[in-house]
Each structure stands twice: as C-alpha cells, then as structure tokens.
Write a protein that binds this ligand. Structure first.
Ligand code: ATP
Ligand code: MG
Length: 238
C-alpha cells in the first residue's frame, strides 16, 4: 500500500524533481563525513582524548539531524512523484523504538526536559511494518516533542493491544492550537509561537510521517492535552 497523496503543496513537478536531485547531491558528502567521524570516534585513526570524543558526538548528532532532514525531503519527493513504496517485514518494535530514540534522549537531556521511555512489550513482540520508515516516524515525533517543549516531560510509550501495538509520544510542551490542528499534516505547514513568529523547521516532518503511517493502513493521531499534546499510531501485530 502506498497511502493517499498529501494535500497539494503548490510546488510544481520541476521543483519537486529539483528537491529530489539536490537532496541526492547533499546526501553523498554527508555519508563521507559521517564515515570519517565514526572512524575517528572509534580511534581507528589514532587515540583521541575524552574531550575530542565528546565533541565528535556532537558532530555525529548534528550529522544525524541533517540526515533526517535530507531523508524527509527525499521521502516527500517520492510521495509527490508516486514512487513511495513500503517494505514491510516482521519487526521487533521494542528494540526499534529504543534505537530510534538513543541520541534524541541525549538532546532532550541537554534541553533540560525529562525523557521517559515506557516500553511495555517484550523484545519478541513483532509488528508488520517498514522498520526504517517507522524508526524515522518515531524520530520525527520525538524531535518535534523536544523542539516544542521547553520544560517538563516527554514520554515514548509502546503498548500491546488485542491485535496491534500502539506507539505514542506525549509531551508537556506548548501544544497545538485548535486552529492549527487540522493543518499540521499539510506540506510546509508550521505553527506560530506565542509571539506570533513562525516556528523553525521545514514543515514536512508530519506530512511524511502521516503518509508513512497511512501507508501501513493506520492513522497518525494528534490529541491536544493540557499542557502539550500526544501523537500516536498503531501497527498490526505480525
Ligand atoms: N509536539 C508538538 N508540539 C507542538 N506543536 C507541534 C508538535 N509537533 C508538531 N507541531 C506543530 O506542527 C507543525 C508541523 O510539524 P512538522 O514536524 O511537520 O514540521 P517542523 O517540525 O516544523 O519541520 P521538520 O519536521 O520538517 O523539521 C509545527 O510547526 C508545529 O506547529
Ligand atoms: Mg518536525
């Protein structure tokens, strides 16, 4: 299943193709940079000091953020060009969730936000899903939760239900206004902060995430809370 097309972004086919090519061009040097950072961090080019190692971790985290951005835009181009195809398999959802959030948990910590993982399923529970895509959806949701929470708590929960597994990311941040709620999945949509300034980001994270979840035959839900919000989706048990 490929999911329904996103609402019209207003970008023509040439612009989408340019986006696709530009992201391909950006990805290659990034792969090289990440390869060398990993090699240096592992000490394979000589011993490094703890201070150097901790800075390399920052470089690594930032390169991962760039990789996420590039991937989101490439996915968006795939969706717009009708090339988006899921690759489903039996996936252990608990380890996948932990892998998705490792470095983001550090970011939350640095931002002074409590990060809690409440994984209520064993490592043997399998869902029928596209592992790489679901991992990126979880990353996109946690990334948003960190971005929009200045203090308080972020919780990632994985629960088994009768025939599916529910994954949710809850935060105590600024939340989504009632007016913004119907628009957050639109391409390039970004809310405004309390001073009326447009928020940072490309506004594609949730567009792609909701498409991925819909392609799994499910729905990415957003529930407003006081304070904050909760994003959740279900995946069928394998
Ligand atoms: N956890 C959240 N709390 C409050 N608002 C949110 C949250 N997640 C998303 N939003 C709102 O939805 C908008 C769209 O989010 P989306 O992830 O699609 O884009 P982005 O984060 O701005 O950019 P990108 O993810 O591409 O870097 C945000 O600008 C924000 O207004
Ligand atoms: Mg985002």
């Amino acid at each position: 299943m490929s999911g329904s097309p996103p609402p019209d972004s207003g970008l023509g086919p040439e612009a989408i193709e340019f986006l696709n090519l530009a992201m391909h061009e950006l990805r290659s040097p990034l792969v090289t940079i990440r390869g060398y950072v990993e090699m240096i961090a592992q000490g394979r080019l000589g011993a490094i000091t703890p201070a150097q190692k901790s800075r390399l971790r920052v470089v690594w985290r930032n390169s991962l953020a760039m990789d996420d951005m590039i991937d989101t835009m490439m996915e968006y181009a795939r969706i717009e060009q009708d090339r988006f195809v899921l690759s489903r398999d039996a996936v252990a959802i608990a380890p996948l969730t932990r892998r998705a959030t490792t470095l983001l948990a550090e970011l939350a910590d640095r931002a002074g936000v409590e990060f809690v993982e409440d994984i209520q399923v064993s490592d043997h529970v399998l869902v029928d899903a596209d592992a790489d895509r679901v991992r990126r959806v979880i990353r996109a949701l946690v990334d948003n939760a960190i971005k929009f929470t200045s203090d308080g708590r972020i919780e990632v929960r994985v629960q088994e239900r009768e025939s599916d597994v529910l994954v949710s990311v809850t935060d105590t941040g600024c939340g989504v206004t009632e007016a913004d709620l119907p628009r957050i999945y639109e391409p390039f949509f970004k809310g405004t902060d309390s001073e009326g300034a447009t928020r940072k980001g490309t506004g594609l994270g949730l567009t792609v995430a909701s498409h991925v979840i819909e392609a799994h035959g499910s729905e990415l839900a957003c529930d407003r809370r006081d304070p904050g919000c909760r994003f959740s989706f279900a995946l069928p048990l394998d």
